[in-house]
Structures are given as C-alpha cells and as structure tokens.
Design a protein. Structure first.
Length: 69
C-alpha cells in the first residue's frame, strides 16, 4: 500500500473516531478533527506532512507521496 493511501486512511479514521468520541464522550474531541483538517490544509500549501514523515521513519508505505512533492 502506498503512502498516499495510508495518509488518507489515517486522516479519515481520526476524523471518524473524533466525531464518535465527541458524540458519546465529550464535545472537545472535535478539536482532534480540527487538528487533522488544519494539517491537511497546511500540507496542501507547504508540502510538509508530519504523518508522512513519521510513516517513512517507521518504514511504512511502498512509495508515492501524499503531499504533492
């Protein structure tokens, strides 16, 4: 699986998880959704993706980039 797909799976999972936690636990979990959204927007403008950097260091992903580099 390439890095772009892993990033999308991670971002989507975190958004769904935070919405569920906000619904059943505490509304402040929506801050996680805002954080994920902010990172997606900043990576579109800067080309820097923190999740991509961490996944590369962990040896995940078979190639490709997620931030348009």
């Amino acid at each position: 699986m390439n890095l772009e797909r892993l990033i999308r799976i991670l971002a989507g999972s975190l958004v769904l998880l935070s919405v569920a936690l906000a619904h059943w636990v505490d509304h402040r979990w929506l801050l996680l959704t805002a954080f994920v959204g902010f990172n997606l927007v900043q990576s579109a403008f800067t080309g820097f993706c923190p999740a991509e950097t961490l996944m590369r260091k962990a040896g995940l992903g078979g190639g490709g980039t997620s931030c348009g580099r």
